[in-house]
Design a protein around this ligand. Structure first.
Ligand SMILES: Cc1cc2nc3c(=O)[nH]c(=O)nc-3n(C[C@H](O)[C@H](O)[C@H](O)COP(=O)(O)O)c2cc1C
Length: 386
């Protein structure tokens, strides 16, 4: 039976033929390589975060505070990393978090399509962002048979919100992920120091310019007046959502509804009471609020409040070990963000797929060595503070 960990055999046997991996297998080297390769404006937006980036750093370093105890004499020669999520059986618990700058991470400007192809290559679902350089229909097509999710930045214009969601339904996405923490952009010194905000330069707006409801608000076709597109985008982006809006959000779709950005147990309970099908615990990788508490430290409280409702998690995941720790703390599925985008920047779809394969391989081998043959065993073992 093939296992994700077999990726290391591929690498070692390649070495016998004189081949070494063209991209690193660890995050630190990957990030350094991407930082050297990316245009400064893309790098600052991708790598940077809010304020002095304390939360962003803590998101990653807080994983060091959690550990797992290995169990011996358990036959882990066959491992099963599959999960049940929203009526689907998925072969592994990883997903690609939405990144609204994927489009310009690749030199050809079609990084969203490359991310979608990586998703199919690695067998890891992709959450396509509202902010995209290619329309969501083309992104869905590039995923092939791999299930994907559509992430909604809820616009002020209700007709546009409805249109984006119904396009996502028609394109075959399996769930709508509404991001709650980004009605306004957090204070991001790296981007402010270079006065750089990609959307205001017309990047990643293809879901708007391809949308009939958005185009109906323009005096001219979008290709004839780029400044008007940006102005209209800035005017409609970022609807302020309150709990009173949840019935309306729920009414937009019959697909499963996932609320992203929930970190407090009370918010998790409220979201579930209001009809959310899954909770997505995330602090946006420390890009929005610089509160200082790592997302992984907030996960156990959210999981406890969510009960049987699945909790997705991201923020600070840099390795397969981090993935297993998040699963042990109760996440049903774990999102990779910046790491796959660095892979995209360095090697397109193949680069991102390599990053995902490395993370899966490390997770699988950790489970093998630790005596956890299934995700249920990981969860039962749990993680402890060091
Ligand atoms: C450059 C960048 C752009 C992002 N764009 C979006 C987005 O369009 N929609 C969204 O919900 N989250 C977005 N996020 C947040 C990610 O979905 C995810 O929560 C975050 O990357 C996790 O943190 P990590 O990358 O440090 O692990 C973005 C993150 C980054 C780094």
């Amino acid at each position: 039976m093939p296992h994700y960990g077999d990726y290391q055999h591929e690498i070692y046997f390649g070495g016998l033929l004189g081949r070494v991996p063209s991209l690193p297998v660890d995050f630190a080297t990957l990030e350094a390589r991407a930082a050297a390769a990316l245009a400064p404006s893309v790098l600052s937006y991708l790598q940077g975060g809010c304020g002095d980036e304390l939360t962003q750093r803590r998101n990653a370093s807080a994983f060091e505070d959690w550990g797992m105890i290995p169990r011996m004499m358990v036959d882990c020669s066959v491992r099963d990393l599959s999960i049940e999520l929203l009526g689907m059986t998925l072969p592994n618990p990883l997903f690609m978090a939405p990144i609204g700058i994927n489009g310009i991470c690749t030199q050809d400007g079609h990084g969203d399509l490359a991310a979608a192809r990586a998703s199919e290559m690695a067998g890891v679902p992709f959450m396509a962002s509202t902010l995209s350089n290619d329309p969501l229909e083309a992104v869905a097509q590039a995923m092939g048979a791999q299930p994907g999710f559509f992430q909604l930045y809820t616009p002020k214009d209700e007709a546009l919100a409805r249109s984006l969601v119904s396009r996502a339904e028609a394109a075959g996405y399996k769930a709508i992920v509404v991001t709650l923490d980004t009605w306004v952009t957090g204070w991001r010194p790296r981007d402010l120091n270079s006065a750089n905000f990609p959307q205001l330069r017309g990047a990643v707006l293809a879901n708007y310019t391809s949308d009939p409801a958005f185009c109906a608000t323009l005096a001219k076709p979008p290709q004839e007046d780029g400044a008007a597109v940006v102005g209209q985008w800035a005017a409609t982006f970022g609807r302020v959502l309150t709990w009173d809006d949840l019935p309306w959000l729920r009414s937009l779709t019959s697909l499963p509804l996932i609320l992203k950005g929930i970190c407090h147990p009370d918010d998790a309970r409220r979201a579930i009471d209001g009809g959310a099908d899954a909770i997505y615990c995330s602090n946006h990788g420390g890009r929005q609020a610089n509160g200082g508490i790592a997302a992984i430290d907030m996960l156990p409280g959210v999981v406890a409040a969510a009960g049987s409702i699945p909790v997705l998690f991201d923020s600070g995941v840099r390795s397969g070990t981090d993935v297993v720790k998040a699963l042990a703390l109760g996440a049903r599925a774990v999102g990779v963000g910046r790491p796959y985008a660095y892979g995209l920047a360095l090697g397109g779809a193949e680069g991102a797929a390599h990053v995902l394969r490395c993370i899966l391989a490390e997770a699988d081998l950790l489970m093998a060595v630790n005596g956890y043959p299934t995700i249920a065993a990981v969860r039962a073992a749990g993680a402890q503070r060091r």
